[in-house]
Design a protein around this ligand. Structure first.
Ligand code: BGC
Length: 757
């Protein structure tokens, strides 16, 4: 209401001025009408508020604050409550700093492990990404601050990210690349969405009406505003018509002038301008109404509390990939730390999410009172002779019981703006690990990485603790996890392949001239490796703890439902180990006899639980239509085929403990309008079609049998052969092979088409 009234008082120039920024981080103010400039800032793993000269690559100064673990790290926590807590904490900080909108979270899918920005994205699985992003957005917005999830959509590589054209088919787009955004819009109602730089199927996302209006608003019900990624604005009229609202950053007012010219030339309807202005103002007025005006500035106490949260997040996200009983470390053992990252850890990614940390803890200092010795082992700047550093490490190892090597990707390996060349660690680090593994001592590897890495030495080491990019509390969290004061509970949110060429996007990444064809379709991440039965280094959902969990008594409350119903699946989980700990109980679904290509299984539920030794709990999941659906291009929507489905519950995608079955009856029919060349089985898939054509086909099969048309020596198998052949033929074949006349086939089709929608 308030915005409508104001818009009615605005000149065209004033309205146009609101559709692009006032400067790099603010919207345009209109003093005459009392509209202020609202500030937005990067996150999402901390606040990058720039008070001096601005940039979108994280090179220039921003305020000092706490850096939280990056999204790839947090995703491994599989913990929606923690995501929400992080969102709330960032919302509070935004209020202390007078920020109206936080630019995050990033929820693009990890199509390739070498996308330079994977550390800012949650997962290769849309369900997991959607749930975590929703919790984060709920947290931020509960504080009256708008969240701005990004980058909508198919922005899955950095190479030519501003111009590339992602070629994606409709099913893959909706099933893999849009599902997380869809869940987020429907579950958390983000106030804004940032459209990506790139093109999708030949149209820039900032001008893509299908995406910004047909899908986002009309199909999903998004009611916030769409802002461009910084510098992604194109032709103003096309953008506004497509559903784009705000172009950022502000600059020499080109966009404003172009909007005015387009309206005056009759090329752009002023009513669309009004709509866009209204959508932007509604969000910022919501911020005025809901954010506290008197939040005190950040101080030592708030920073301390934020740092503690960063530690909690890091400890809950770390993934214990391997452990041959060497961890947790015993107090009486002589420990040698090796590696530059023990002193100067890699704890965040580079680019627009880069945080100016108040204080970063390192493992060496954090372990100062534990009698640890240290050698450097390698030099990320490559100025020291790596052979000499390795020799030093091997010598120092003589006096140690356990060697803990801090390895990982140097900052120059992964960043916004470019992709990694491969998934290898620096050669000197691989060699160092190899040399130390040959000393015969126990070897633990601690990793700092924003994405999957290869581990050619995996069979030679005793344990691997993957800290990923763990934020400011990295050192302290690592030490507490190593010595068992904290118990690892993270699970991989992305598959770690053995080598890069195993990845399904390998042949089409980054695409000719940066125009990737998503030829692997829906088969990204574990969906592909499982379907191809390919070995991987570590599967999706994998992660060990110091506890041990047993699963029993799986049950389902109905064995048959329609796709309009829900069904509950429950299972008992016991902590049978010696440590209190957390487990991520994962639920996967697969269709037993799909007629279209479907993955072996897909994540449709997860819950993180905490149990003391000897304690148990019953975990219940509720499944609905989407748990069983795939996206059918004939329907342009998600569709549940009538079939039996397996529901699998376990500790990782590769560690399923128990399975139950349910029959789901679809209630939606695929579109009809069958023609003489429609395959018989497509008509039978339609419920009305089956009612009419089913008996005809049964008669044909029976007649064939009676006439000795089946090879009797094959028995039932002979009948099945004929049935298969018939069902995949066009319905016209019933006439071509003399089973009925062409006229009768047409009459049958007319009858079916008259009752099918
Ligand atoms: C990034 C966005 C970021 C924006 C503002 C762009 O380059 O892609 O994620 O929010 O800059 O810094």
């Amino acid at each position: 209401m308030k915005s409508a009234e104001l818009i009615s008082k605005m000149t065209l120039q004033e309205k146009a001025s609101l559709l692009s920024g006032g400067d790099f981080w603010h919207t345009q103010a209109i003093d005459r009408l009392g509209i202020k400039g609202y500030m937005m800032c990067d996150g999402p793993n901390g606040l990058r508020k720039q008070e001096g000269s601005p940039d979108h690559l994280g090179k220039k100064e921003s305020i000092k604050t706490v850096c939280y673990p990056s999204a790839n790290t947090l995703a491994s926590s599989f913990d929606v409550d923690l995501e929400k807590k992080l969102g709330q904490s960032l919302g509070d900080e935004c209020n202390r700093e007078h920020i109206s909108m936080l630019l995050g979270p990033g929820l693009n899918m990890k199509r390739s492990p070498v996308c330079g920005r994977n550390f800012e994205y949650f997962s290769e699985d849309p369900y997991l990404a959607g749930k975590l992003a929703s919790a984060f957005v709920e947290g931020v917005q509960s504080k009256g601050v708008a969240a701005c999830p990004k980058h909508f959509a198919t922005n899955n590589q950095e190479y030519r990210r501003m111009s590339g054209n992602s070629i994606v088919d409709e099913r893959t787009l909706h099933e893999i690349y849009l599902t997380a955004f869809e869940m987020l819009v429907k579950e958390a109602g983000p106030k804004s969405i940032m459209c990506a730089y790139n093109q999708l199927n030949g149209t820039y996302l900032s001008e893509n009406k299908y995406m910004l209006t047909d899908v986002l608003r009309d199909k999903w019900g998004f009611d916030g505003f769409v802002v461009t990624d910084w510098g992604a604005g194109k032709g103003p009229a096309k953008g506004v018509e497509a559903g784009l609202d705000l172009v950022m950053p502000g600059g020499p007012k080109d966009h404003e002038k172009a909007i005015i010219a387009a309206v005056e030339a009759g090329e752009l309807d002023e009513a669309l301008v009004d709509k866009a202005v209204g959508r932007i103002l509604d969000v910022f007025f919501w911020n005025d109404d809901n954010a506290p005006k008197d939040a005190a500035p950040s101080n030592e106490a708030t920073s301390k509390a934020d740092y503690e949260l960063a530690r909690e997040l890091a400890e809950n996200s770390a993934v214990l990939l391997k452990n041959n009983r060497v961890l947790p470390l015993k107090k009486d053992k002589k420990i040698l730390f090796v590696g530059e990252f023990a002193k100067t850890p890699r704890y965040q990614g580079s680019g627009s999410s880069h945080i100016n940390s108040i204080c970063v803890s390192n493992a060496l200092d954090a372990a100062a009172d534990r009698g640890v010795s240290y050698v450097r082992g390698y030099d990320t700047s490559n100025t020291k002779d790596s052979y000499i550093l390795r020799e030093e490490a091997v010598q120092a190892a003589e006096n140690a019981d356990v060697i803990v090597i801090f390895a990982g990707l140097p900052a120059s390996y992964e960043s916004e703006g470019f992709d990694r060349d491969d998934i290898n660690l620096p050669r000197e680090q691989d060699k160092l690990i190899d040399d130390l593994a040959h000393t015969g001592k126990k070897v633990v590897v601690v990793l700092h990485n924003g994405g999957a890495v290869a581990m050619p030495w995996i069979d030679k080491v005793d344990a691997v603790l993957d800290m990923m990019l763990a934020g400011d509390a990295v050192g302290e969290a690592t030490v507490r996890l190593l010595w068992g004061e904290a118990n690892p509970s993270g699970k991989l949110a992305e598959t770690y392949p053995i080598k890069l060429s195993d990845n399904p996007s390998f042949l089409n990444f980054p695409g000719e001239h940066g125009n990737p064809v998503y030829a692997e379709g829906i088969y990204i991440g574990y969906r592909y490796y499982e379907k191809k039965r390919m070995p991987v280094l570590f599967p999706f959902g994998h992660g060990l703890t110091y506890s041990e969990f047993e699963y029993s008594n799986i049950s389902i409350d109905k064995d048959s439902i329609t796709d309009q119903d829900t069904v509950n699946v429950s299972i008992d989980v016991w902590n049978v180990g010696r440590y209190a700990g957390k487990e991520v109980v994962q639920l996967y679904v697969s269709e037993n006899a799909p007629r279209v290509s479907r993955p072996h299984k897909e994540l449709k539920g997860f819950k993180k639980i905490e149990l003391n030794p000897g304690e148990s709990t019953r975990v219940t999941f509720t499944l609905d239509k989407r748990s069983f659906a795939y996206y059918d291009e004939r329907l342009h929507d998600f569709y549940v085929p009538s079939d039996d489905y397996s529901i699998m519950v376990g500790a990782s995608s590769a560690d399923i403990r128990h399975t139950v079955q349910v029959h789901v009856e679809g209630t939606v029919d695929l579109p009809g309008n069958f023609i003489t060349f429609t395959p018989i089985e497509d008509i039978l898939e339609n419920r009305k079609g089956k009612e009419i054509l089913g008996p005809v086909i049964d008669k044909v099969l029976a007649a064939n049998d009676q006439e000795g048309g089946n090879d009797e020596s094959l028995g039932e198998a002979g009948k099945k052969m004929f049935e298969k052949m018939i069902k995949e033929m066009p319905v016209l074949s019933l006439a071509s092979f003399g089973m009925m006349s062409v006229d009768d086939v047409q009459k049958l089709l007319d009858q079916i088409n008259s009752v099918v929608e």
